[in-house]
Design a protein around this ligand. Structure first.
Ligand SMILES: [Fe+2]
Length: 347
């Protein structure tokens, strides 16, 4: 493609006259906003060691009482976007949140969608619009846009979870805000669900209006499905499940998608190149993530992210055990906007 003229090629007087009228010439920036063939993401491949960040998170528990933090979170920020912008990618925010025994993170609701992937601890729960969702390691709990949520800890040891939000996108859209709420009365539990494997309620007399019919996806159920797949489909190229809305099979949230991948013992898996950035978190096991200029050695609870169209190869470092990886990606919003694509990875 031809090189285009630069801003400095224009006379200063002409540039000043444009600025006075709030006008900008397109051609000096055209290649930046429309790069040829492939986006030029600010998102960089980044790795966060849980072992390294955990002491700092626990220290935050000593330094800042929950009343002064509301949510005690260390944000996993991508330096490619500037740490102060608190983005893992252009769409995804990641935070590691700590709740200590006896603490309560008060009720609020906000426009960005959030999920929690529980990393460690027992006997805490999130209340979402009155539904009690126990937090056990590996569980995925949704707190979708506009739904009241608060976190309560009745156990004896620290509870830590990974928050994934579409905050960067919603903030960019100037649609991000929060409302404080009252302590919620518990009306039910996620254990008493209307849904089972292949079972949904039948709307005979009235249409159900439930965009988010399932708020907690228990790790024991997801893990069981992955293990069954691996056992029953040994020829499958990959063993992966997606967290979906059980009523319509759509992604469980509208902007970010969530899935879990099982690497069989000794397995190496190369993904196609995707137009969506991705986040990886090891629920159980040990894997290497090979991507552009980086090999991330990921142990349990570690997190990493890669930009759009990055080559990704997973290598299970366990010779005789599976490794389970939680994946968050931007494909739902990209698909809705007609922006999603895949290309072969010829590595
Ligand atoms: Fe929240």
């Amino acid at each position: 493609m031809d090189q285009l003229a630069k801003l400095e090629d224009l006379p200063q007087e002409y540039r000043d006259n444009l600025e006075k009228l709030n006008l900008v010439p397109l051609w000096p920036s055209l290649r930046d906003v429309l790069p040829p063939e492939i986006p030029q993401p600010k998102t960089k491949p980044v790795f966060w060691s849980y072992e390294a960040l955990r002491p700092l998170l626990l220290q935050a528990g000593e330094l800042t009482p929950i009343e002064k933090a509301e949510r005690r979170v260390l944000v996993l920020a991508n330096p490619g976007h500037g740490l102060e912008n608190m983005r893992a990618s252009s769409v995804m925010y990641l935070g590691m949140q700590l709740l200590l025994p006896g603490e309560w993170a008060p009720s609020h609701r906000h426009t960005p969608n959030a999920v929690r992937m529980i990393v460690e601890g027992n006997d805490a729960y999130t209340t979402v619009d009155g539904q009690k969702c126990p937090m056990e390691r590996g569980d995925l709990i949704l707190t979708p846009t506009g739904m009241w949520h608060e976190h309560t800890h009745e156990g004896t040891d620290p509870v830590v979870w990974l928050d994934v939000l579409d905050l960067p996108l919603v903030y960019f859209m100037e649609a991000s805000y929060v409302q404080p709420g009252e302590h919620q009365n518990i009306k039910g539990s996620s254990d008493e669900t209307d849904y089972g494997p292949g079972i949904v309620p039948t709307p005979v007399f009235e249409r159900r209006n439930s965009h988010y019919p399932m708020l907690r996806y228990a790790w024991k159920d997801a893990r069981k499905a992955l293990e069954s797949m691996a056992k029953n489909q040994p020829e499958a190229k990959s063993i992966q499940i997606t967290y979906v809305n059980p009523e319509n099979g759509d992604d469980c949230q509208k902007i970010i998608g969530y899935s879990a991948l099982m690497l069989r013992p000794n397995e190496t898996l190369t993904l196609p190149l995707r137009s969506s950035a991705m986040v990886f978190h090891i629920i159980e096991g040990h894997a290497q993530v090979q991507t552009t200029n980086n090999n991330f050695d990921m142990k349990q609870s570690d997190i990493s992210c890669v930009p759009c169209f990055a080559p990704v190869t997973f290598v299970n470092k366990n010779a005789d055990q599976p490794t389970f990886i939680f994946i968050a990606d931007e494909s739902p919003v990209q698909k809705k906007l007609g922006l999603y694509s895949e290309r072969p990875n010829n590595q």
